[in-house]
Ligand binder design. Structure first.
Ligand code: ASP
Length: 352
């Protein structure tokens, strides 16, 4: 009887200690959107699969040891391959993330996301989430059913990044294949390799490995971050499209967009945001029609310089600075909810 009693006491004490440790663990909410990390294929040795099939609770189940370092819960925001990412899902994600932080429901958020448009979502969230609490995106290149699936490791690393005290105040990050990337700089660099992301202008800002997180640098614009752009459920984002420039390109696409009365056009120009004479004439027509035209580049790194080969003041265009065309589109959509003044828009591109 005495023996039984002491066993019971030990059991109760152990449970109490466990409960206390659990309480003290950082709280992480995973907002899942689908992608290859939630992808399932018919066989382990074949590349074919369908993205966004596996629910978030099953993904968390693949990394049981994470329970020792964080108190995790998951919410399914969407189940799409990120080629089908939409502005509506972006808004849903951002509004839920802002609510989580406002109500202090979590200390950090991890977003699982397909890799194809991950950089756009990361930058969108970076622009509209004012909290300095960590938001970390991750995904995978191989579906959950593949040999050597990279999803569980990437998810575990993203959680370690999200709960690391050094991550606070760095804006939205992407954690992938042991690299940590700033949302503004990161870009998908490979169509199929597991080392899929890079930041061509700046390199990664840190590394996650063996459960450890180390930072090398801090993104310049995160040191004194500009005021976040306010986004509510009622915010209607203007239409901004991207046109890709190439040798001898006809300008029909620009004229089509003028006929569609879009609010903005980003041109992925050649080199320093250049385009040919046909584009030049069409851009003049677009500017005359009141469309904001932003010069970006199809080159993966470098800066598009104001008034270089093209006189932007004369032409009525703005430049993307060092943002890729796809990120310039995200910023222009959000910036247009604030102002239509070209000088102010240009200032936003130089500071955000
Ligand atoms: N097409 C997939 C997606 O973006 C690719 C991936 O997740 O790696 O959802």
């Amino acid at each position: 009887m005495k023996k039984l009693l002491s066993v019971l006491v030990v059991l109760v004490l152990t449970l109490q200690v466990q409960a206390q440790t659990q309480e003290k663990l950082p709280r992480v909410i995973i907002l899942a959107t689908g992608g290859t990390i939630a992808g399932a294929g018919a066989s382990a040795d074949r590349a074919g699969y369908t993205a966004g099939k596996i629910p978030i609770d099953d993904l968390i189940g693949t990394i049981p040891s994470v329970k020792k370092i964080a108190s995790i819960s998951g919410e399914q925001i969407a189940s799409v391959g990120s080629q089908d990412m939409t502005i509506e899902i972006w808004k849903k994600l951002a509004i839920r993330a802002n609510e989580i932080f406002a109500k202090n429901e979590a200390d950090a958020i991890v977003v699982t996301h397909g890799t194809d448009t991950q950089e756009e979502t990361a930058y969108f969230l970076d622009l509209v989430i004012p909290s300095d609490k960590p938001v970390v995106l991750t995904g995978s290149m191989r579906p959950a059913t593949a040999i050597s699936a990279d999803g569980p490791k990437n998810l575990y690393d993203a959680i370690t990044v999200a709960i690391n005290p050094e991550t606070k105040g760095r804006g939205v990050l992407v954690s992938f294949n042991e690299g940590i990337y700033d949302a503004r700089e990161v870009m998908k660099m490979s169509t199929t390799k597991t080392d899929a992301f890079g930041s061509p202008n700046t390199g990664p800002i840190g590394q996650a490995y063996d459960g450890r997180v180390e930072y090398y640098s801090r993104a310049v614009r995160e040191v004194n971050p500009p005021k976040p752009i306010v986004l509510t459920a009622d915010t209607k984002l203007p239409r901004v499209d991207i046109v890709y420039m190439y040798a001898d390109a006809p300008a029909d696409q620009i004229d089509f967009l003028i006929s569609k009365k879009v609010d903005g056009i980003v041109i992925a120009g050649v080199g320093n945001g250049n385009f040919n004479k046909a584009y030049m004439e069409a851009v003049k027509r677009a500017v005359k029609a009141g469309i904001i035209v932003c010069r970006a580049s199809r080159a993966p790194s470098g800066r598009v310089v104001l008034h270089d080969e093209i006189n932007d003041e004369e032409l009525g265009t703005i430049v993307s600075d060092d943002l890729t065309a796809q990120k310039a589109r995200v910023l222009l959509m959000l910036a247009l909810t604030r102002t239509k003044d070209k000088k102010q828009l240009q200032e936003i591109f130089f500071t955000y």
